[in-house]
Design a protein. Structure first.
Length: 444
């Protein structure tokens, strides 16, 4: 009994090139067939790396392949499929659902029980399964029925259940740098069999640089752009040189990769906040630009600036909170694109302002005591005696009214007896906190 449609497996992981291979997209035709064609991921796939050795010796553990689009996750799965003697089963979480998956898992169990044959199950877009659905993998991984290879563009820490992570090796594939994309571009232009070598097309250095930038770390995106440009300008059978203006005309403008619901959202806002905290307006403006170009909600950015004004500037320049609040109002009232000017105004002000987190640290320390010490009673002298009974119980006794007795404000304690002498707010010139105090800095 077949576990899956053999044709669908062949489509995703071809063992040889189809006869009509030039009908396939250029990015698919140029997918590396051997490790020496796989560029840009030497940290995990160089000849001396453990993963490369394990693949070539057919000892692949369960893997979670994590990286942005176009960095080689499916290509790596393709290479594993060529190297393994196990039954290799591809499965797309986009195209199929849990019922189909359960059928594959059951057949993998039967295969191991009957013939001892291993099954490597490749699940593309594994994050599309919710955490309850991912539980279906666990017993089969634990028993050794399958070796799981999952691919995801999302941070596995948030998108893959902990039991699967603990049984898998996470392989991080990074965005391809310009050198790697350049190598792929040159190979594509010269490859006669699978690439554009027979088209007699060449690019000026400026055109190449523009295409590499268009790829933005994504080889598939770059090759898709290249294929479209060539289709516009290549003359059949004649040598053609494509220049930068032609590439610009074909591709127009490409939006930067930015997943507002994914990890990149948090990475960029983190870089933005830390640049302002370190008083670097240039860095802060760059990360602001990246978020705006990627389509981030400007009100989200402005809200973070309001928080920053009190958290990181605080009492050393209280005007920062006024500026940040005004920026938020401007963003709400005006909107983009003009509101980028207001955002830039606020960002440069906050970046250039002196910094103090004393107020923020103070509330964190006070809340820590409030949580740990429980409901400590309010000192009697700070209570209002609004009834005769309360007066009889000494509510308000010995309270010194500051307007009539200025010395009384400092002479009397305003904390519960158990916390007398405790200091929560330390201005910039105050002595440092006790050694046993926790680090109260924000996690950003």
């Amino acid at each position: 009994m077949e576990l899956f449609d053999s044709q669908s497996q062949a489509d995703l992981f071809p063992k040889s090139e189809p006869q009509d291979h030039r009908q396939a997209p250029l990015a698919d035709r140029m997918r590396p067939l051997e490790f020496d064609q796989f560029v840009g991921q030497a940290e995990v796939l160089a000849e001396d790396q453990p993963l490369r050795i394990a693949i070539e010796q057919d000892r692949v553990p369960s893997l979670i392949l994590w990286g942005p689009p176009g960095t080689g996750k499916t290509t790596l799965a393709n290479l594993i499929a060529k190297k393994t003697q196990a039954t290799f089963v591809p499965f797309s979480a986009v195209l199929s659902g849990v019922p189909e998956l359960r059928g594959l898992l059951k057949m993998a169990e039967q295969r191991r029980t009957v013939s001892g044959q291993r099954t490597l199950l490749f699940v593309d877009e594994i994050h599309r399964f919710n955490k309850a659905q991912q539980d279906a993998f666990l017993p089969y991984v634990e028993r050794g029925d399958i070796t799981l290879i999952g691919a995801t563009t999302q941070n596995p820490s948030f998108e893959v259940i902990a039991p699967l992570l603990s049984r898998s090796m996470v392989v991080v594939l990074n965005s391809l740098n310009e050198e790697a994309l350049g190598q792929i571009l040159d190979r594509t232009l010269s490859d006669i069999k699978r690439g554009l070598g027979s088209s007699h097309v060449s690019l000026t250095s400026e055109a190449k640089h523009l295409l590499i930038g268009y790829g933005n770390g994504d080889a598939r995106s770059m090759l898709t752009g290249l294929e479209f440009v060539v289709s516009q300008y290549a003359a059949t059978g004649k040598p053609t040189i494509i220049d930068k203006p032609q590439v610009e005309k074909s591709l127009k403008q490409k939006a930067l990769r930015y997943d507002r619901d994914g990890e990149e959202h948090y990475n960029l806002i983190s870089a933005f906040i830390k640049s302002m905290r370190d008083s670097d307006p240039d860095g802060a403006l760059y990360w602001l630009a990246r978020m705006l170009e990627g389509g981030e909600d400007p009100k989200f950015i402005a809200r973070r600036m309001i928080i920053f004004a009190s958290e990181d500037v605080g009492m050393v320049d209280s005007q920062a909170l006024v500026i940040a609040s005004a920026v938020f109002h401007a963003v709400e009232a005006i909107g983009l694109p003009e509101a980028q000017i207001n955002l830039a105004h606020g960002v440069t002000y906050l970046s250039s302002a002196p910094k103090s987190n004393a107020s923020y640290a103070g509330i964190l320390a006070a809340r820590k005591d409030a949580k740990e010490k429980g409901n400590l009673p309010v000192p009697l002298h700070l209570r209002n005696a609004v009834t005769s009974l309360m007066k009889d119980l000494d509510y308000g006794k010995d309270y010194r009214y500051a307007h009539d007795d200025p010395k009384g404000a400092k002479a009397q304690s305003h904390l519960p007896k158990e916390l007398e002498g405790r200091k929560y707010y330390r201005s910039t010139n105050s002595p440092p906190a006790d050694d046993d105090d926790e680090d109260l800095n924000t996690p950003w």
